[in-house]
Design a protein. Structure first.
Length: 213
């Protein structure tokens, strides 16, 4: 496969995997609403970093990665279910205690504008890096795509990885900036409802993973 074609295929594959709305996407939207565009974008780059790393592993290992992951699918799903459950429960407990997007405002901000936890950008980056890393579905998806392609040569493999990483970074940047912009137009009550709903969906996804073991 030519490097240019591999770049395009990598971009489309990365975009297809990134746009799937899952637990991490919902939490990323909530982070952008609560902490603002800078912290939200940093979280998105944390997700993109893991996507890039998993694309590298998938391309380097090829079919072996998919085989190895398939042999430990139950363990990976159990790990993801536990991690997502812990994240959802912790978030719901924080909301119940009043530490929510509407709990405390930012000095000088209009109602509904970036109210809530002012988590630093580096902290959001590390938070979403860790959350994405424990999600087995990402690397399984990349491994399946890489195994089905004929990526012969270093340049083609590098182009595929670059395309996948660029697509993930672009999508998550657009997602978080759009969410942060939307946060300027919604009330704190609606923002809190979205935060609760997002965490309940995450809990439901964790339950679904657990039942699939």
């Amino acid at each position: 496969m030519h490097a240019t074609t591999a770049l395009l295929v990598g971009f489309l594959s990365g975009l297809g995997i990134a746009v799937q709305v899952g637990a991490v996407s919902l939490l990323l939207i909530d982070a952008a609403l609560a902490a603002g565009p800078r912290a939200g974008a940093a979280g998105g780059m944390g997700v993109a970093t893991v996507d890039l790393a998993y694309a590298v592993v998938a391309v380097a290992a090829g079919g072996a990665a998919r085989t190895a992951l398939g042999a430990h699918e139950a363990e990976l799903r159990a790990l993801a279910a536990v991690a997502l459950s812990a994240i959802a429960v912790r978030g719901l407990r924080s909301l119940a205690r009043g530490r929510s997007p509407s709990a405390r405002g930012v000095a000088g901000a209009r109602p509904g504008v970036n109210r809530g936890r002012r988590t630093s950008a580096p902290a959001q980056y590390l938070r979403f890096l860790a959350m994405t890393a424990v999600n087995p579905l990402t690397i399984v998806s990349f491994a399946s795509v890489a195994a089905s392609l004929s990526l012969s040569g270093f340049s083609a493999r590098l182009a595929f990885v670059a395309g996948a990483g660029a697509a993930s970074a672009l999508w998550h940047l657009v997602l978080t900036l759009a969410a942060a912009h939307a946060g300027r137009r919604i009330t704190p009550r609606i923002q809190r409802a979205l935060a609760i709903g997002g965490r309940l969906v995450v809990l439901g996804l964790a339950l679904r993973l657990a039942l699939a073991i």
